[in-house]
Design a protein around this ligand. Structure first.
Ligand SMILES: Nc1ncnc2c1ncn2[C@@H]1O[C@H](COP(=O)(O)OP(=O)(O)OP(=O)(O)O)[C@@H](O)[C@H]1O
Length: 468
């Protein structure tokens, strides 16, 4: 939003907007007892990132910071998520005047469900068991379409009757397509029907951290007590278990224990079980032993419905033609769609203009110009063929000499990295090859890139050329 042409006025900065923070404060003023609000919440100040995905809250001193984190962080994060429709990373920081010279701006990230990178992981193993569910991510707020119909139906079934059919439920798909949302929905639904059900949502990275901690502290009994006694384990992004031997072993044990006591396991991943790299075969076959179901990128009508629904939650009526305009231009995933919507709403609010196609075009102009420069597979094939001095036709041919096969693998790798195309789609564009051939190329080149400096440099050059 910062590079407007000289003829245009840049949209007002959303950064640090008092609006969003003020809305949070106003809401808490209504929800909390007066004294609590006056003592703890009112004195807080905050800085909000451009896209409302991160909020840094400044607290006067360390004691208050700990208290806010313990008492209010979960509430703040679910409130912000409700308001923005996406997980918001919250950081607590000491207000500058209180900070010591050695720790000028100590920050403490707060665990935000669905936000794996927020490292509240430090104390996780010691905390009493919290379910870590994000109350805003329910079946009600998840728009249904053909892209997620089957996954949603299976998830609803599991929530209604855990421990029976579809155990484990393995949901896979690309980024930002609603896998995490669906998992939380299962947990929230179960809790709403059985308040004392033991449910845990956890990102696979956090599970790895817990294993490491248990190992360091020789606290595997505690660890087992924690994980093996659940009624429902929701574990996100299991591809992160790759190459983590000890974690895989512990997860295998937890898996067996949970299934034995008829507890349910729901997992997500960016690929189907057999596509998982560097995970033991015995785990992969367990993952695949219940129901494996994909979530696809949403189709146009579903994207429109998502936009209209999300705007509605904000109390805004989004005209259908605007929703169509945005949905046609933002195609990759729901997270991006939400980002686009937030920009439009902020732009309309700050300029006090009604939402129209013209306004959406203006609010999204950066994003639209990036979309227009989208990299195509054909472009990649041409660029790679030029670079390695082979014919474009060799990208589709069945020829196997290394001087041709290798550039072809590099092009496949770049196609996966730089476009939204699926493995089968890429295979199709490379002369009707099977998706496993593409997967093999992606893994091979990706792996070699880590080891071979020369290859890495060539890839950088190609990426820069393609990104323009
Ligand atoms: N069908 C849908 N209806 C409404 N909101 C959706 C839908 N699908 C996704 N979302 C929203 O899109 C955002 C991204 O979804 P989510 O975090 O669940 O994606 P993900 O598949 O887990 O992605 P990642 O692999 O990057 O973690 C969330 O805010 C989620 O609520």
């Amino acid at each position: 939003m910062t590079q407007g042409s000289p003829h245009r006025t840049d949209p007002p900065e959303v950064q640090g907007t008092p609006d969003f923070w003020q809305t949070c404060i106003d809401q808490l003023a209504q929800e909390l007892p007066e004294q609590q609000f006056q003592t703890w919440i009112k004195p807080l100040t905050a800085q909000v990132s451009d896209d409302l995905s991160k909020v840094t809250i400044f607290v006067a001193n360390r004691f208050k910071l700990d208290w806010i984190r313990a008492q209010y962080s979960a509430r703040l994060s679910s409130l912000m998520e409700r308001l923005t429709g996406q997980p918001v990373a919250i950081e607590l920081a000491l207000a500058a005047r209180e900070a010591t010279p050695r720790a000028p701006m100590a920050t403490a990230a707060v665990n935000v469900p669905g936000q794996p990178s927020a490292p509240s992981q430090d104390n996780a193993a010691n905390e009493p068991l919290k379910n870590r569910l994000n109350a805003g991510l329910t079946f009600d707020t998840l728009v249904e379409g053909s892209a997620n119909r089957m996954a949603r139906a299976a998830a609803m079934h599991v929530a209604g009757m855990p421990g029976h059919l579809y155990n484990p439920l393995f949901i896979y798909g690309g980024v930002g397509l609603g896998k995490t949302h669906l998992m939380h929905a299962v947990g929230n639904q179960l809790i709403s029907e059985r308040a004392n059900a033991k449910v845990l949502y956890i990102h696979a990275e956090q599970f790895v951290t817990d294993v490491v901690k248990a190992y360091q502290r020789k606290a595997f009994d505690e660890f087992k007590e924690r994980y093996h006694s659940l009624d429902l384990l929701l574990i996100d992004d299991v591809q992160f278990f790759a190459n983590k031997e000890r974690t895989q072993e512990e997860f295998f044990n937890a898996f067996e224990a949970l299934l034995a006591r008829k507890s349910h396991i729901v997992m997500t991943s960016d690929t189907y079980p057999k596509g998982l790299a560097d995970i033991h075969e015995r785990l992969v076959s367990r993952f695949d032993s219940g129901l494996t179901v994909a979530i696809e990128p949403p189709e146009l009508e579903m994207r429109v419905a998502i936009l209209i629904n999300k705007a509605h939650v904000e109390g805004i009526v989004m005209p259908e033609e605007v929703a169509f305009f945005v949905a046609k231009n933002v195609r990759s995933n729901v997270r991006e769609l939400e980002g686009a919507l937030r920009k439009i709403l902020a732009y309309s609010r700050f300029n006090q203009k009604e939402i129209s196609i013209a306004l959406a075009r203006e609010a999204l102009r950066d994003l639209l110009s990036i979309q227009n420069r989208q990299i195509s597979v054909e472009n990649i094939q041409k660029t790679v063929a030029d670079y390695y001095k082979i014919k474009i036709a060799d990208m589709y041919s069945k020829k196997r000499p290394a001087s041709i096969a290798r550039p072809r693998q590099i092009a496949m790798y770049l196609a996966k990295e730089l476009t939204q195309k699926s493995l089968p789609e890429i295979g199709e564009l490379f002369g009707g090859r099977d998706h496993t051939t593409v997967l093999h190329a992606v893994r091979k080149i990706g792996g070699e890139r880590q080891q071979l400096t020369e290859l890495n440099q060539q890839l950088h050059v190609l990426e820069q050329t393609l990104k323009g």
